[in-house]
Structures are given as structure tokens and as C-alpha cells.
Design a protein around this ligand. Structure first.
Ligand SMILES: CCC1=C(C)/C(=C/C2=NC(=C\c3[nH]c(/C=C4\NC(=O)[C@H](C)[C@H]4CC)c(C)c3CCC(=O)O)/C(CCC(=O)O)=C2C)NC1=O
Length: 168
């Protein structure tokens, strides 16, 4: 698992070089957004269950067939599993947000996920939509606190890209 610092260090270490201007700029931008990353993580932590519930109910309002007979989130068990998945997405996105690196998402969340979803008939499009709803919730919460920036959307966008990617 990598973060913004360790990934940068290993890149320079492989080349056996000191940080150059580009490396310093990257470090600078990570530390510049450091407090904001922590604040967003703290806000998510304080409101996680509510964020998941709201994002999920938006999804089911937009796509009610998911929770009707024949839908993948139909039955109490599958509904609960769907919400659990959204909670996973939010929790791991928070880790990536703090780390300033999406490696944790590749390693712990995306690895094999599309295959699992495909084999269980979990629809990818609506799952992607659910993650986008989470992102919008978090962005709105951050904006209210006066915090903005690409670092907030990055982990969520990485998850949706990973889920929608075509097999090569
Ligand atoms: C921490 C990393 C991690 C992830 C991400 C994860 C996902 C994950 N979701 C699963 C199932 C599932 N995932 C969903 C999710 C949904 N169905 C829908 O219609 C919606 C679009 C969506 C919610 C937004 C559902 C309903 C199941 C159960 C499917 C079934 O058993 O038939 C399963 C199969 C095993 C199980 O039921 O627990 C896995 C492994 N597990 C992990 O350990």
C-alpha cells in the first residue's frame, strides 16, 4: 500500500536521485492540502452512516427497479449488502483521500471486484452511480465547510473508473 510520500520516495530511490524541483512541488502540494484532507476525513467520519443512507436512497429513487422483485438489491439481505458495499466504498475512499494516493483502492477494493459483481449479477452502472452519489454528498459537505479541490473527487473517480473499465 502506498501513499503520496512513499510512492514519491520509491520513484526517486529507484533512480538513486535526490528530490528535484518536480518532486519538491509534488510534496508541497500534498502538504498544502494536508489539513483539508484531514478535515474532510473527519467530516466523513462524523456523518458516514447518513452519507451512505442518503446516497443509496438517491440511487433507489432514480432506479427503483433495483429494489423491486428481480432487482439485484431486492430482498433485505441484498439491500443490506448493497449498503454495506457503499460503506466500503466510502471508507476506502477516505483512506485514499488521506493518503493522497489511490493505491489502497486498487489493492483492497477494485482487485477482482468487477468479476465478483459480474458473477453475482450486481449491475456495474448503478454501482458507479451509487459511488458518484457518495462523491456528491462528500463534495457538498466539504463545500459547506469552505473546502474544495480535486483531491476530494479523485478517490471516488478512481473507483468509478476501475469499476467501469473494459476488460482488455
Ligand atoms: C472492502 C472491499 C470489498 C468490496 C467492495 C466487496 C464487495 C462485494 N459485494 C458483494 C455482493 C453484493 N453487492 C451488492 C451491491 C449492489 N447491488 C445493487 O443492485 C446495487 C447497484 C449495489 C449497491 C450500490 C449486492 C446486492 C450483493 C449481494 C449479491 C448476491 O449475493 O446476490 C460481494 C459478494 C460477497 C458478499 O455477498 O459479501 C462482494 C465481495 N467486498 C469486499 O470485501
Amino acid at each position: 500500500m502506498q501513499d503520496a510520500i512513499t510512492s514519491l520516495i520509491s520513484r526517486y530511490d529507484v533512480a538513486g536521485r535526490y528530490f528535484d524541483r518536480n518532486g519538491i512541488d509534488r510534496l508541497q502540494s500534498y502538504f498544502d492540502t494536508g489539513m483539508a484532507r484531514i478535515q474532510v476525513a473527519q467530516m466523513i467520519n462524523g456523518d458516514a452512516a447518513n452519507l451512505v443512507r442518503t446516497a443509496a436512497s438517491q440511487l433507489f429513487t432514480e432506479q427503483p427497479e433495483l429494489i423491486r422483485p428481480g432487482g439485484n438489491a431486492y430482498t433485505t439481505r441484498r439491500y443490506a449488502t448493497c449498503l454495506r458495499d457503499m460503506e466500503y466504498f466510502l471508507r476506502y475512499a477516505t483512506y485514499a483521500l488521506v493518503a493522497g494516493n489511490t493505491d489502497v483502492l486498487d489493492e483492497r477494493v477494485l482487485e477482482g471486484l468487477r468479476e465478483t459483481y459480474n458473477s453475482l449479477g450486481v449491475p456495474l452502472g448503478p454501482s458507479v452511480r451509487g459511488i458518484q452519489n457518495l462523491k456528491e454528498q462528500v463534495q457538498a459537505m466539504a463545500t459547506q465547510a469552505g473546502i474544495g479541490g480535486d483531491f476530494i473527487s479523485e478517490p471516488f473517480d478512481h473507483l468509478t473508473q476501475g469499476l467501469s473499465e473494459q476488460d482488455v
